[in-house]
Design a protein around this ligand. Sequence first.
Ligand code: NAD
Length: 430
Amino acid sequence: MRICVIGSGYVGLVSGACFSDLGNNVICVDKDKQKINNLNNGIIPIYEPGLEELVLKNKKQNRLFFSTDINNSIKKSDIIFICVGTPTKNNKADLRYVFKAVHNIKKNLNKYKIIVTKSTVPVTTGDKIEKILNLKKNEKKFNVVSNPEFLREGEAIRDFLYPDRVVIGTDSKKANNIMRNLYIPIIKKRSRYFQTSRRAAELIKYASNAFLATKISYINEIANLCEKSNIDVKEVSNGIGLDQRIGERFLRAGPGYGGSCFPKDTKALVTTANKFNTDLSIVKTVIKSNNNRNKLLTSKIQKIMNNNLKNKIITFLGVTFKAGTDDMRESSSLKIIPKLVNKGSLIRYYEPTGVKKEFKKFKNIKYCLNINEACKYSDLLIIHTEWNEFKQLNFKNLVRKNNFKVYDMRNLYSPDVMKKNKINYFCVGR
Ligand code: NAD
């Protein structure tokens, strides 16, 4: 298959690299010239384990190409994957990048093509794309298919190649056959191929993300109850997760959910439901609960520091929205850290994926090159993400100061061991 992937970000680049690795000829295009230049020079613009090796290997084999020439890339291809961003604007999915890509496709429909939305797009977007492409005039020239992506950053390659399911939304037999053939190497590895209507596929993506966001918010609220009733939330998570109807994943208490998907997709789902006069009261409550979560964690930090934050050195270990990624979008650190700075705290952070541009404008936020530099003489260490390198720290050796405190937002350490070692230790829901 000759494939064109429009948008070479977390989803587009991973999809392009994986499809090329499965033997297809792939051109990844992007409007960002710098990104494409870097990719052509073997420089990977994002942190994603295993991606660099996969890109370099397939580039070398002449199966994977990078270009800013969207028109020619579309003309040469049989399947066009739209993988551009769909950020939030006024609580809705902003589809301007999707439609820009669709207009490019319209100009270059030189032969039959399948246009696939892999970007997360609201119900009826496929219908709108079809309309733009002018179904009557171009009737035999294309099919619009929804193929939502479920990969997680940090696990993207494995999730792409070994997904729980591949969802294909189309009523066209021809398009379905082509999509099934494309995914055969993946389906053979036991992933379920699930064909459905295009609108259902669009909704499956939003409904899945909202469900996972609900699980996170739910356990976070249960953690609040555990803190007040002297129960360990980890034990509660294990106890309920063993029920196969519930499942153990996404039941770890911690900061509110963040990242490039859950916050925007929950809001966009509510907006879509409103459009169809449907009240998604559960999802609305989840959004509210998650917004409160970051406020609650900030108050907890204040409480831990006895309301004395001025000139206190507070160290963040990890600032991205979760471990395994360099993605800062909607990270709870973006909400918590500026509040602490306003209260006069001196913030240091160590982040395995490097310095973050989001904090450059703050005078009192300092990026440290290693854990030692970040923790030395600190008043409070906050474990914000769960990278492996944060899991076995010798806090006393690192901090070298009396009365320092540790706030473990990911419950990586045992409260009993910390107590034995006489460390002022705070965690979540325990
Ligand atoms: P991203 O911001 O990392 O990448 C989007 C890319 O598209 C950017 O490089 C941008 O320059 C490019 N782009 C935008 N408009 C373009 C155009 N007209 N022509 C060419 N390139 C264009 O976004 P992402 O995280 O990869 O997400 C893409 C979509 O996939 C979103 O809808 C998102 O919700 C969905 N999704 C993301 C994830 C994830 O974990 N990141 C997982 C599943 C689904």
